[in-house]
Design a protein. Structure first.
Length: 347
């Protein structure tokens, strides 16, 4: 069987490890793999420029490399003219018997929708935000947390040297997994996530209480999607850069907003560091390489068994197969027990 592989949405450490694993295991199972460049755009377009033959040779040496050799985009085929029809036509024209879609809620949401329409598709969960239901962890998350934790460690020394409050903005649109994990690991004094509206009085009160005990610096970690208590977004239209094809606002600015409010309300000098795309770039951790490899192997096996409409998922220590519909049914938000744990060390 000839199988198409695409990587959609934001790039993520470990994508190449998945591609390599699918090709290597697929070769053992008699699968021929074709890469589709730039996510769903490649399958929608179907042109030769968007095709890449994948063999053991072409995937050799890519395990440790960040990003994706197939390229990616945030293309939504259901927002394109005749998108659904063209995807099915190109699957037939390219003689693809199945598709492996590697992505997050948007990429796999489209895959789930196509699955209900008869497309033979298998999913692999990818997002540094770790917000996909159906799996315990997504690959890329561990790398992002490691990068954020190292940044927080570095901010500690400059914060203490200059007697400042340092605000570190990390990724996390609707779920604050990166913020809470890196915040706890990095010893942050305040952790703010999208799941809990930000109470500025409480934040500033905690910082003032800390300073009154003789600590002359504080570290605040905030997820990019955090909102103030009234429910108003802490980012505004002058900062955001419109919507992507899946209707998501391009976030930015919460860290600067908080830094300004903290300095104004407490009088303490405050600076902000925005990690941004640094979190999703570069070499994946060993943990993410192994997890991505296990996902890729399972995806190839699902295709070979014609077990379509499923996503490879981590359940405990095992790689299971769960329905795509279950995987994208709802976002997996932060376990609030972790926030209670974080509060033990705040203020």
């Amino acid at each position: 069987m000839k199988v198409g592989i695409l990587t959609g949405g934001g790039d993520c450490p470990g994508l190449n490890a998945v591609i390599r694993a699918v090709v290597r295991r697929g070769d053992q199972l008699g699968l021929e793999c074709m890469g589709l460049r730039e996510g769903w755009r490649g399958l929608y377009d179907g042109g030769a420029a968007f095709q890449m033959r994948l063999t053991r040779e072409t995937v050799s040496g890519i395990l440790h490399i960040g990003g994706t050799i197939l390229g990616t985009s945030r293309t939504n085929p259901f927002k394109k003219e005749d998108g659904e029809r063209r995807v099915f036509e190109n699957m037939a024209r390219l003689n693809l018997g199945a598709l492996i879609a590697i992505g997050g809620e948007d990429t796999l949401g489209a895959a789930a929708k196509f699955s209900t329409k008869g497309l033979n598709v298998v999913g692999v969960p990818k997002t540094i935000d770790n917000d996909l239901s159906g799996t315990d962890f997504t690959f890329g998350f561990d790398t992002a947390v490691s990068i954020a934790t190292e940044a927080i460690d570095r901010l500690h020394s400059t914060a203490e040297s200059h007697k400042r409050v340092m605000v570190c903005e990390v990724m996390g649109r609707h779920a604050g997994w990166i913020a809470v994990y890196s915040g706890i690991a990095g010893g942050a004094d305040v952790i703010l996530v999208p799941e809990i509206p930000v109470n500025l009085d409480e934040v500033c009160g905690n910082i003032q209480a800390r300073h009154s005990r003789g600590k002359n610096f504080s570290i605040v970690v905030v997820a990019e999607g955090a909102r103030i208590a009234a429910g108003t977004s802490t980012t505004d239209s002058t900062i955001n850069a419109g919507l992507d094809e899946f209707g998501h606002v391009r976030l930015g600015g919460v860290g600067a907003y908080l830094a300004g409010e903290i300095e104004k309300r407490t009088g303490f000098e405050t600076r902000v560091t925005v990690l941004g795309h640094i979190q999703r770039g570069g070499t994946p951790t060993a943990h993410d390489r192994v997890l991505a490899t296990r996902y890729g192997v399972r995806a190839a096996e699902l295709v070979a068994a014609s077990d379509f409409g499923k996503m490879a998922a981590l359940r405990g220590t095992e790689i299971a197969a769960v329905p795509l519909a279950e995987a994208v049914r709802e976002l997996k938000t932060v376990d609030l027990r972790l926030m209670e744990l974080a509060k033990t060390f705040s203020g």
